[in-house]
Ligand binder design. Structure first.
Ligand SMILES: *[C@@H]1O[C@H](CO)[C@@H](O)[C@H](O)[C@H]1NC(C)=O
Length: 280
């Protein structure tokens, strides 16, 4: 879609009250609703530049877009939402920017557990996904606290990927699987070489079990904004049969309309995707 028609449609949908939205979602729910949607929230910095704002303001606008998107998804009864909040590669950015993002993240994570937060409003269990050891102490503590505080929520699940890359996740899963094998061998007291060989066969399910993302089924839709069509080391293991949607808007500009388009697209491809999944 071009920028102009996007703006018109956004205005139209922006003025949609929650009542209209409910009607729209009821119609959508006549078809299959995705169980899991993942987001790469790309374009916060470009948005700030475009609007002549400071970089931090771009991230804040991005956060508010995220809150709207989560609300729509929960209203649509999408059970799992995954967001790519911070890549391990982002640590390579300017230290001040990394610090700003960490500060914002800490503030927002602490906000998650507050009474009036979207998480409590919709009964959402929160997981932080990734190599949490890489996060600075206050953010990690806040993340762990939020996970504990929401552990009994069952209506929906929010997976927040921080200090995450797929390659890191896969290496982690391989290491864990090897450790398991060693533990099994140690407990069996294996000496026989042939037997050892057999024991060393790590299976697909073993790796899958040790993925950080194993708490959720694979995503049905991955939405990446800014018109970028790369996965950028995000959920490589989990996206074999996932529909990719790459609207051209920057993340802070994403609207209900883009979500609706993605769901309609998913519904069009649904029977094909289901067939593919069964072949696995
Ligand atoms: C979750 O439920 C368990 C068992 O009922 C309870 O012990 C624990 O305090 C609950 N946690 C929270 C954060 O409410």
């Amino acid at each position: 879609m071009g920028g102009d028609s996007d703006a018109t449609v956004n205005k139209l949908f922006g003025s949609f009250g929650s009542f209209m939205r409910r009607i729209l979602f009821n119609i959508l729910a006549m078809g299959p609703i995705p169980n899991h949607i993942a987001f790469i929230m790309d374009g916060n910095r470009r948005y700030a530049k475009k609007q002549n704002l400071k970089e931090g303001a771009g991230h804040k606008a991005g956060y508010s877009a995220l809150m709207s998107m989560l609300k729509y998804c929960y209203e649509l009864e999408v059970k799992y939402i995954t967001i790519y909040a911070f890549s391990i590669d982002n640590f390579k950015r300017r230290p001040e920017e990394v610090q700003d993002v960490m500060d914002l993240m800490q503030e927002k994570i602490e906000g998650l557990v507050k009474e009036e937060s979207i998480v409590n409003q919709y009964g959402v269990r929160v997981y932080f996904i990734g190599n949490l050891k890489l996060m600075n102490e206050p953010v990690r503590v806040a993340a762990e606290k939020a996970m504990r505080a929401t552990a009994n929520n069952t209506r929906a699940v929010l997976l927040i990927c921080v200090a995450y890359t797929s390659s890191d996740e896969i290496v982690h899963a391989v290491q864990q699987s090897c450790q398991d094998q060693e533990a099994i061998q140690a407990s069996n007291g294996v000496i026989n070489e042939e037997k050892q060989e057999k024991h060393h066969a790590i299976k697909l399910v073993d790796l899958g079990k040790h993925m950080y993302m194993s708490v959720a089924p694979d995503p049905d839709i991955l939405i990446r904004t800014s018109g970028e069509t790369r996965l950028s080391n995000f959920l490589l293991w989990q996206t074999t049969n996932c529909l990719l949607c790459c609207p051209s808007v920057l993340w802070p500009e994403i609207s209900l309309w883009h979500l609706v388009q993605a769901v309609l697209n998913f519904q069009r491809h649904h029977s094909y995707l289901e067939k593919k999944k069964k072949q696995l």
